[in-house]
Ligand binder design. Structure first.
Ligand code: ASP
Ligand code: MG
Length: 455
């Protein structure tokens, strides 16, 4: 029993969808398929919502969506009855979406709740096309919507966390029932619902996370995340031409890399699989025989201290000054709570007696300045920001224990004339993170890669 996830980049056109279909059809094991929206659809839903004003625009937009899905459907499903069922299922979704979009116009209001609901339609449509293709290939595929199935979330619109207990008791029996009927569920990724029934997204690229949640819930033997890349690499191949693929990672290494900028997996994907000891395999749709990256408890590969370098280029530092700030108990946690309440993630932090520095994404800087400005109340004297910061993250199991690694890294970096600041080595035993000026990111990544991987 396994779970297979396919992302939008593999659901682009008839040819890529057929590659996906062949992977699924060639494997007779019981499985759940989890899919993202067709390539580009989530973005177009987002974009359209933010600027729609007139009813005619809605009609035009719905027509575009219909055409795109019907064209794909025609490419992958030839037989009349399969196609007809899919067309009427698609129409039902489009009617619902159209009404919601009119609602936005009439109310002149776009709430986080509506924003999440609208975006869920990308996946609601893709599972229909996908199932039709699989039926055509002889797989007894059935489209399933995550809210119907019962993926329950905590209600944070835009980036919700799944309530695993509730979700498991909802979905496991339904999926086992489907297996008994020899059906292959094709489930929408990306969203769940609150206990009240409101649709909540799991964050951009959240389908990886959905798939891991389902794998956990049904006690799958493995989880396969199919992408259009070879898996995790030793560095971003766009920056370091010599980057090599990584065959094995531990859960912790994969989680750190994903959190700190490697775009391979949604950052939350590891957790549900790890809780059940399920191996995650990241594989390439266009090279199905290539082994990709396996993520499991062992994750050992060779004796490299550093396995991979990831980075986040668009960071900023917010520095909060106040006399005796560092020794006032609770100040630090109060500040990070205020920021997280505003939806701002603090990636790293450092304190001194008079200053707390926090690393955030640059796009959050304006809001962070505002929030910290409000925190003044006698504790904070002034707030300063540093833009154009980049974060580097070096990952390797045992990196935390090996003496002198941090020293070695920083001396290499320094010998290139690059200044390092905000270092965090203790937070995880498998990751070493530090920041440099954005303009130095590429050079630093290349130098470190050269030193530890050669080539
Ligand atoms: N379709 C959603 C997105 O584009 C979710 C996903 O791709 O996993 O973010
Ligand atoms: Mg996507």
């Amino acid at each position: 029993m396994k779970v297979l996830k396919f992302g939008g980049s593999s659901l682009k056109d008839g040819a890529s969808m057929t590659s996906v279909g062949e992977i699924i059809a060639s494997d007779s094991e019981e499985k759940v398929i989890v899919v993202s929206a067709i390539h580009g659809i989530t973005d177009s839903l987002l974009d359209f919502m933010s600027k729609v004003r007139r009813e005619e625009e809605v009609q035009q937009f719905i027509r575009t969506l219909r055409d795109r899905h019907l064209r794909l459907l025609t490419e992958v499903a030839g037989s009349m009855d399969v196609k007809q069922t899919a067309v009427s299922q698609l129409s039902a979704q489009l009617v619902r979406l159209e009404r919601i979009l009119y609602g936005i116009i009439y109310l002149e209001e776009l709430t986080p709740r509506t924003r999440d609901l609208v975006q869920s339609f990308g996946e609601r449509m893709s599972v229909i096309v996908m199932s039709a293709m699989l039926q055509e290939m002889g797989v007894n595929a059935v489209p399933v919507e995550a809210d119907e199935l019962g993926i329950i979330t905590d209600g944070t619109f835009g980036s919700a966390t799944v309530d695993m207990e509730n979700t498991r008791s909802n979905i496991a029996p339904k999926i086992y029932e489907m297996f008994k009927r020899q059906e292959t569920p094709v489930v929408t990724g990306f969203f769940g619902k609150t206990t009240e029934g409101y649709i909540t997204l799991l964050g951009r690229n959240g389908t990886d996370y959905s798939a891991s949640v389902i794998a956990n819930a049904i006690d799958a033997d493995s989880l396969e995340i199919w992408k259009d890349v070879d898996g995790f690499m030793s560095a971003d191949p766009k920056v370091v031409r010599e980057a090599v693929p990584i065959g094995q990672l531990s859960y912790e290494e994969a989680a750190e890399l994903s959190y700190f900028g490697a775009k391979v997996l949604h950052p939350r994907t590891v957790e549900p699989a790890r809780a059940k000891g399920i191996t995650i395999r990241v594989k390439n749709v266009f090279k199905p025989n290539y082994e990709g990256t396996a993520i499991n408890p062992k994750g050992v590969e060779g004796n490299r201290t550093i396995k991979s370098i990831s980075s986040m280029p668009n960071m900023a530092m917010i520095k909060v000054y106040g006399a005796g700030l560092g020794s006032k108990s609770g100040v630090m946690s109060e500040m990070s709570t205020m920021l997280s309440d505003a939806g701002i993630v603090v990636y790293s932090a450092a304190t001194s007696q008079t200053c707390v520095s926090m690393l955030i994404e640059e796009r959050d800087l304006k809001r962070a300045e505002k929030v910290m400005g409000e925190a003044k109340k006698g504790v904070v004297d002034r707030v300063e920001s540093v833009r154009d910061v980049a974060l580097l993250c070096l990952v390797g199991e045992g990196l935390g224990q090996k003496e002198g690694i941090a020293g070695k890294v920083f001396s290499i970096v320094a010998s290139n004339g690059v200044n390092v600041s905000l270092i965090s080595a203790g937070a995880s035993t498998v990751a070493l993170t530090f920041t440099v000026k954005r303009k130095d990111l590429e050079k630093t990544t290349k130098t470190i890669h050269q030193e530890f991987f050669g080539g």
